[in-house]
Write a protein that binds this ligand. Structure first.
Ligand code: GRG
Length: 296
């Protein structure tokens, strides 16, 4: 199955071209501007790992598209002058550079709202997906991504503790990565909502996601120092310029690389456990290696 083609085709269908509405055009512009599509890909990988199937179900594709919309909204809002004030995203002018701040704010809102509409819509047909929908909304919310962004904003210009940085990144970046990795499990299995950790496979997936989320973020901090805008598709050197606390500024460049290796190692140990239980983990093995070395 061609992941990239499937993801792109599913995204293209969400917002029509030439809609006649500038907010829809702006949302479409950012959603289709490229991007690595890591979160939908992780969703596909978990589904294939858990089911052993070569293809991915329509429902998983639906959730993957929804998650990419939430991710894209967060990037649009994060790039606004009132937040990170960035001109370049996914190798193109940011949404507000192209459409202005008002429309970009609305485009982000539209992406988030459409994602929520989709979650409610699918519960109408399939009430058994309610927990998956609830988890996606909550991990994107105050105890997840928005909560992480809130810590980020209130830490501007300050040196924060390493412990606080872990909390910030676990929420800001890690929460959506957890959604990506774990959602297929919720679609396939009935989970005891009062005691999700009693489910050993679920517990492994959540811990795996935690390590991958941290690895992703540490690499992101390293790339901000190591890379250039042409390769990365977004501006670099911003963390130092904005006096941000990152894994590189708090741990130092070399120690951050060691920490990245540790996170990948721990993620791989969980893959060993999943493999021992009979799950096919090959694509996730490739993903962990990719995250260690990615260039953009
Ligand atoms: C505005 C509510 C709100 C949240 C913003 C995601 C985020 C929170 C901010 C983005 C800033 C940033 C650099 C976060 C670090 C990690 C991250 C999410 C990077 C972008 O994700 P990629 O690399 O992007 O997967 P692509 O473009 O490939 O999809």
């Amino acid at each position: 199955m061609d992941y990239d083609l499937t993801i792109e085709n599913d995204l293209i269908e969400v917002f029509p071209a030439d809609s006649g509405d500038i907010t829809v055009d702006a949302a479409r512009y950012s959603l289709l501007a490229g991007g690595k599509r890591l979160r939908p890909k992780m969703m596909y990988m978990t589904y294939q790992m858990l089911t052993g199937e070569d293809d991915v179900s329509c429902d998983v594709r639906y959730f993957a598209t929804t998650l990419e919309m939430i991710h894209t909204y967060s990037l649009i809002h994060d790039d606004l002058p009132c937040m990170d004030n960035d001109d370049l995203r996914r190798g193109k002018p940011t949404c507000h550079k192209k459409y202005g701040e008002g429309v970009a704010t609305l485009a982000g809102d539209l992406l988030l709202n459409t994602a929520m509409e989709r979650l409610f819509r699918i519960i109408l047909d399939k009430p058994e997906y309610a927990y998956a929908c609830y988890k996606m909304a909550s991990l994107a919310g105050g105890s997840g991504m928005i909560g992480g962004q809130s810590i980020d904003i209130s830490s501007e210009g300050k040196k924060i503790s390493l412990e606080k940085l872990y909390e910030l990144q676990r929420k800001k970046t890690g929460a959506l990565i957890e959604t990506a990795i774990v959602t297929p499990y919720y679609l396939i299995n009935k989970v005891d909502m009062n005691d999700p950790a009693s489910d050993t496979v679920l517990d492994k997936l959540i811990r795996f996601a935690g390590h991958l989320g941290l690895a992703f973020q540490i690499r992101d901090d390293i790339l901000d120092v190591d890379s250039d805008p042409a390769t990365l598709g977004k501006s670099t050197g911003k963390d130092e310029r904005d006096n941000k606390s990152t894994f590189v500024t708090l741990l130092g460049y070399d120690e951050a690389k060691v920490k990245l290796d540790n996170e990948i190692e721990m993620a791989n140990q969980i893959l060993d456990e999943l493999a021992a239980s009979g799950f096919k983990v090959d694509s996730y093995r490739e993903m962990t290696e990719y995250l260690r070395k990615r260039k953009n």
